[in-house]
Design a protein around this ligand. Structure first.
Ligand SMILES: CC(C)(COP(=O)(O)OP(=O)(O)OC[C@H]1O[C@@H](n2cnc3c(N)ncnc32)[C@H](O)[C@@H]1OP(=O)(O)O)[C@@H](O)C(=O)NCCC(=O)NCCS
Length: 85
């Protein structure tokens, strides 16, 4: 579900409103988040050390970015438009 929601967000960002780049940060120990965002089309670009907290302990925050060239999905919005024609 997280992967699908993130992929739809990037689809909207790149195909509907034409953003050139989207970035996020995620706590370093959040393996499910990092995996979901990577599957959706984000790449990890670096870690801000000791920038966050996870279960009461300091941890890094991973910065991830996505650009249209890397985005693998065909737009669901375009598919929907074609069905309406
Ligand atoms: C982050 C979050 C949105 C991801 O949503 P999700 O529905 O779990 O995402 P998906 O199921 O699409 O993908 C998660 C992936 O991480 C994997 N995963 C889950 N827990 C994992 C763990 N502890 N270690 C490694 N991988 C893990 C899953 O197996 C899946 O990968 P796969 O499809 O290759 O098997 C969800 O876990 C969540 O709401 N977490 C709590 C709040 C949060 O972290 N928000 C984000 C803040 S940046």
């Amino acid at each position: 579900m997280g992967t699908t929601a993130t992929r739809l967000t990037l689809d909207y960002a790149f195909h509907i409103i034409g953003l050139e780049m989207v970035w996020l940060k995620v706590l370093e120990p959040n393996a499910a988040g990092r995996r979901a965002y990577a599957k959706a089309g984000f790449q990890e670009v670096g870690t801000m050390r000791s920038a966050g907290q996870w279960r009461g302990r300091r941890c890094g925050e991973v910065v991830m970015d996505a650009v249209p060239e890397d985005f693998p999905a065909i737009s669901v919005f375009e598919e929907k438009d074609e069905r309406l024609l």
